[in-house]
Design a protein around this ligand. Structure first.
Ligand SMILES: [Zn+2]
Length: 105
């Protein structure tokens, strides 16, 4: 079941004018689950990937694990009808519930 309404995502995009930065709570949870999967199924490389960069890269990524997970979690965003995430940082968007992208009033 797709809990995110594409029209509502479009409203979020237009309202905040941050096309490549916003995402729903479900998208964020998907990102974290991918981290967990990376840890469980590729443990040795996971610890190599979490070594922090000396400085943030130009898109704000702190380590290779965040780059990998953000790239993979764009599949979640695509399934949800949400924008692709190209940067590490994000902006919190208050929603009416954790399953919704409707703005909290
Ligand atoms: Zn992450």
């Amino acid at each position: 079941m797709n809990v995110v309404d594409n029209v509502r995502s479009k409203v979020l995009i237009e309202k905040f004018n941050i096309y490549d930065k916003n995402k729903s709570v479900i998208s964020g949870l998907g990102h974290e689950i991918i981290h967990a999967g990376n840890f469980m199924f590729d443990n040795v490389n996971y610890f190599q990937r979490i070594k922090p960069f000396d400085k943030l890269d130009s898109n704000g990524f702190t380590n290779n694990e965040e780059i990998r997970t953000t790239f993979l979690s764009n599949q979640v965003n695509e399934a949800l009808g949400e924008p692709q995430r190209k940067v590490y940082w994000g902006i919190k968007v208050p929603t009416s519930s954790i399953k919704s992208t409707t703005l909290k009033k």
